[in-house]
Design a protein around this ligand. Structure first.
Ligand code: SAM
Ligand code: SF4
Length: 337
């Protein structure tokens, strides 16, 4: 069966491996108010606004995706909260028929001022990046951030019930690998999921990243040595890259995202829309389909739908890092993780 038949008959998208694709991650901007060492070079230049999808273009492409069975959207960046009009955009995405859940990944810096409005607009949940508990280390990693802003953001997200709160920590050797035990301890008293992410080599900072990778196995060993054996939490959703564990007696959980050492391709149900309108088929591979050009050339809904379905069908399987094949066409911040 070809891609069109497979995808159009059912109103759902599948790739050539039979994976159903119902989750779209949308990068709202490549710009950011931080400059994390593992994500982008310090002197990065962001794309001009005209090169990025406008609100109506984002809404059209999400409607197309929804017509192909996408029901979950995660807004990301760069930093999604720096996009002008993000609250109104959330409200309009939530209203798209078929979209059941809209969530966000954010560095949390602006959440103190935005969480309540985002929740009122229909945002359901937030993943918030938190790489260190030490203000000086946090600044070294982010090159400019103030940790107190993130704590205020986390409190605001909880108050606004953007639940469950998930805190993303990219473990980076020499920057925060000595803090994983303290970060894991946060799950004892708080109903949060602390997620330890393996550093992925990417874009122009790939050489730095490769030297700084800490495997999930090493992070886990460190935590267990200090705090005792972790219990696997039953009922793991196979589409969630974070395998869930619990410290004995903890209110919250820990998760380990091992995209490099243990890729979770069989459970992958996601596609990514970059801020410049490309459908990115896999985070760690450079395969993309340009949807911005046909959209701006006046392609109708049916044509966009066919282009999206055909591209989705070509979604690859597996990264090629062992072959030293590193995705270099973009920085992580231009895709959104
Ligand atoms: N600015 C938002 C944030 O930091 O949460 C959203 C975009 S950011 C690119 C999404 C996630 O990717 C964050 O949790 C970030 O820590 C993670 N990330 C960035 N660069 C990474 C890398 N090289 N390897 C692994 N994760 C990375
Ligand atoms: Fe910005 Fe997020 Fe990248 Fe840090 S990880 S520089 S907060 S986009």
């Amino acid at each position: 069966m070809d891609a069109n038949a497979l995808n159009d008959v059912s109103g759902t998208m599948h790739d050539s491996y039979g994976r159903r694709l119902n989750y779209l991650r949308v990068s709202l901007t490549d710009a950011c108010n931080l400059r994390c060492v593992y994500c982008m070079p310090e002197d990065i230049r962001f794309r001009p606004a005209a090169a990025l999808l406008q609100d109506d273009e984002i809404l059209t492409l999400i409607r197309v995706a929804a017509s192909l069975g996408v029901d979950k959207v995660r807004l990301t960046g760069g930093e999604p909260t720096v996009r002008h009009g993000v609250v109104d955009l959330v409200r309009e995405i939530v209203a798209i028929p078929g979209i059941a859940r809209v969530v966000m990944t954010t560095n949390g810096v602006k959440l103190a001022e935005q969480a309540e409005a985002l929740a009122a607009a229909g945002l359901a949940q937030a993943n918030i990046s938190l790489d260190s508990l030490d203000p000086a280390k946090f600044r070294r990693i982010t090159r400019r951030g103030d940790l107190a802003d993130v704590w205020r953001g986390i409190a605001a997200a909880e108050a606004a019930e953007l639940l469950p709160i998930k805190l993303n920590c990219v473990v980076t050797r020499g920057f925060n690998d000595d803090e994983v035990v303290e970060l894991a301890r946060l799950s004892l008293a708080n109903p949060w999921e602390i997620r330890f992410i393996e550093l992925m080599p990417f874009g122009s900072v790939a050489d730095f990243q490769q030297d700084q990778v800490v495997s999930s196995a090493e992070t886990r060993r460190r935590i267990e040595t200090a705090l005792g054996p972790l219990e696997a939490v039953p009922g793991h959703n196979g589409h969630d890259p974070a395998r869930p564990y619990r410290l004995p007696g903890a209110r919250g959980r820990l998760g380990f995202i091992s995209s490099v050492s243990e890729p979770f391709c069989e459970g992958c149900n996601r596609l990514r829309l970059t801020a410049d309108g490309r459908l990115r088929l896999c985070l760690l591979r450079d395969d993309e389909a340009d949807l911005l050009t046909p959209l701006r050339a006046g392609a109708d809904f049916a044509t966009l739908r066919r282009l999206m379905a055909e591209a989705a069908f070509r979604k690859p399987w597996g990264h090629r890092l062992e072959q030293h094949d590193i995705a270099k066409s973009r920085e992580m911040s231009q895709i959104g993780g």
